[in-house]
Design a protein around this ligand. Structure first.
Ligand code: ZN
Ligand code: ZN
Ligand code: ZN
Length: 532
């Protein structure tokens, strides 16, 4: 047993200070603006600003703390300790509150003594980070996740974190696999000359009408923020069942793609599959992203390795251009017949496949599409969900709850379809009632093949070890002043869950201000690192 990773070890973060308290005191209408100003010229500044703004608007139930409350908190003896705890959680927005202690028992003498007790903490509480990946749930924890994702992706392209630098010479391709169409939707289209074209212009003198009598033309040129983007021209023509089934089975399509890709490579190389397996391996990392219409598509980095375990280049016959061709061919032929699951009801029968827009781009070290750009792009999507407003964070239970959601009719209908399919006897195998809030998608948002690069767990362990080392530069001691040795001392931990979130409104406001500053600080530090 070890001392858990919850030890309240402060990270090197900027302190709160008077500026943060002043920030927390800004009136709700001004806070958004104040944070924006602080982060001028900083690419991710808008995110913290947006978060603070939507927070102020989105939670009328939690009143702002009075100035007296904030000053009381800042003046209390516990303040610096509390500030340190906050920093140790990485300024998590919804920290998990724990009570308890760690006892050490000397195995030789049977003596026991307290190693750590939350009674010594402000409010007798230890706060640990919620660890949520989603930016809209916890900006702080999502930032940690995003940084880890970036490192995982980048080390697989340029080396580092246990990967050899020579990995940069392997054939590598950035591929986007989209979903097929489920009915006409409002969209943005580009001409070959990169000029934006109207959505769905009338091509003849007569109106274009669907079987339901609706006009399915649209002469507009939609701007990127246009809420109409992705909405069906006619909801009754739109194949909601096919859409939800695609989201639900996209991971299966991807699995088939990864099985088929090596076959395609062998074919292009003019060798047998057995020969291919003897000399090369396909590794990948991918993220799932929702398109505006609420359907999943995948962005992936796909790399070729040799077959030795230490990540050596594949034989010279494999080029990035060949890998691109193989990806496009494999993605174009993959099919999944839903009858394998929904045979009991022919109405649910669909042949699922990827869309025809398969984009592949070769990643060159030092080229236009750099490893850094790709890593940033993919890491960004790893912390997002649908991006559409008003969608629930958790599964929704039944038609009454769905009707009460404040989201677009299109998304409501997707959620309803997902709910109904979950109750449909022919589709029970998909368990869709648990995934209504995901519009049917049941997979992870970031996945990778085991040998692509370092793992999230390894990065987390390294971080914990680093913080422990910072906290105990001379090694951790047991209660009797000896070097902590778990052969001689048994550590017993007792934790009790005491709630989630900040205990008071004043605490939450100060934590938000500190979190915004910490993110800004990290962003500047990261940009400086890249410039060097
Ligand atoms: Zn958090
Ligand atoms: Zn349109
Ligand atoms: Zn119609």
């Amino acid at each position: 047993m070890t001392v858990p990773a919850v030890s309240p070890i402060p990270r090197t973060r900027p302190g709160l200070g008077v500026g943060a308290i002043a920030g927390a005191l800004v009136e709700p209408g001004h806070r958004h603006h104040a944070l924006r100003e602080n982060t001028d010229g900083n690419k991710e500044g808008g995110e913290s600003g947006r978060f603070a703004g939507s927070h102020a608007r989105g939670r009328p139930s939690s009143p702002l703390p009075s100035i007296d409350d904030l000053l009381d908190l800042a003046a209390s003896d516990d303040f610096h300790r509390w500030e340190a705890q906050l920093a140790a959680t990485g300024h998590c927005a919804h920290p998990i509150r724990l009570e308890g202690r760690i006892d050490a028992i000397d195995k030789g003498t049977g003596q026991s003594a307290v190693m750590y007790d939350t009674a010594t903490e402000p409010g007798s509480i230890l706060r640990i980070a919620c660890g949520n990946r989603r930016e809209d749930v916890c900006p702080a924890c999502s930032e940690v996740y995003k940084n880890d994702a970036r490192q995982i992706i980048r080390s697989g392209l340029t080396g580092g974190k246990g990967m050899p630098d020579t990995v940069a010479t392997h054939p590598a391709v950035f591929a986007t696999l989209t979903a097929p169409g489920f009915g006409p939707v409002h969209t943005t289209r580009m001409s070959r000359a990169r000029q934006q074209l109207p959505c769905r212009p009338r091509r003849d003198a007569h109106e274009r009408r669907c079987p339901h009598g609706r006009d399915i033309s649209c002469p507009r040129t939609h701007q990127p923020e246009d809420p109409r983007l992705g909405r069906p021209m006619c909801p009754d023509c739109y194949d909601y069942t096919g859409h939800v089934l695609f989201n639900a089975l996209a991971p299966e399509l991807w699995r088939r793609f990864t099985i088929y890709l090596p076959r395609q490579l062998a074919r292009l190389a003019g060798i047998t599959q057995k020969q291919f397996r003897a000399e090369a391996r396909v590794r990948f990392v991918k993220v799932a992203e929702y398109q505006a219409r609420g359907v999943i598509h995948y962005h992936a980095i796909i790399r070729l390795d040799g077959t030795t375990g230490d990540c050596q280049p594949p034989p010279a016959r494999y080029t990035a251009a060949m890998l691109s061709d193989a990806i496009r061919q494999a993605a174009a032929v993959i099919r999944y017949d839903t009858a394998a699951i929904t045979a009991a009801d022919p109405d649910l029968g669909r042949i699922l496949r990827f869309g025809t827009q398969i984009d592949t781009r070769v990643i060159y070290s030092g080229g236009a599409l750099s490893a850094q750009a790709v890593a940033n792009y993919i890491a960004k999507y790893a912390t997002k969900t649908t991006g559409a407003s008003g969608l629930p964070h958790r599964p929704v239970n039944g038609p009454a709850v769905i009707a009460g959601l404040h989201c677009a009719a299109h998304h409501k209908r997707l959620i309803s379809t997902c709910w109904e399919l979950g109750k449909h006897p022919a589709a029970t195998a998909l368990g869709l009632n648990r995934w209504t809030h995901m519009l049917g998608y049941r997979g992870h948002f970031l996945t990778k093949s085991r040998r692509y690069s370092v793992t999230f767990t390894a990065l987390r362990k390294a971080r914990t070890a680093h913080r422990r080392q910072q906290r105990h530069p001379d090694g951790e001691k047991d209660p009797w002043g000896r070097d902590l040795d778990e052969h001689t001392v048994l550590l017993m931990t007792t934790w009790r869950y005491a709630g989630t979130g900040h205990a008071t409104t004043a605490e939450r406001q100060l934590a938000l201000a500190a979190a915004a500053r910490a993110r800004e600080h990290d962003q500047i530090a990261r940009e400086e690192t890249w410039l060097n």
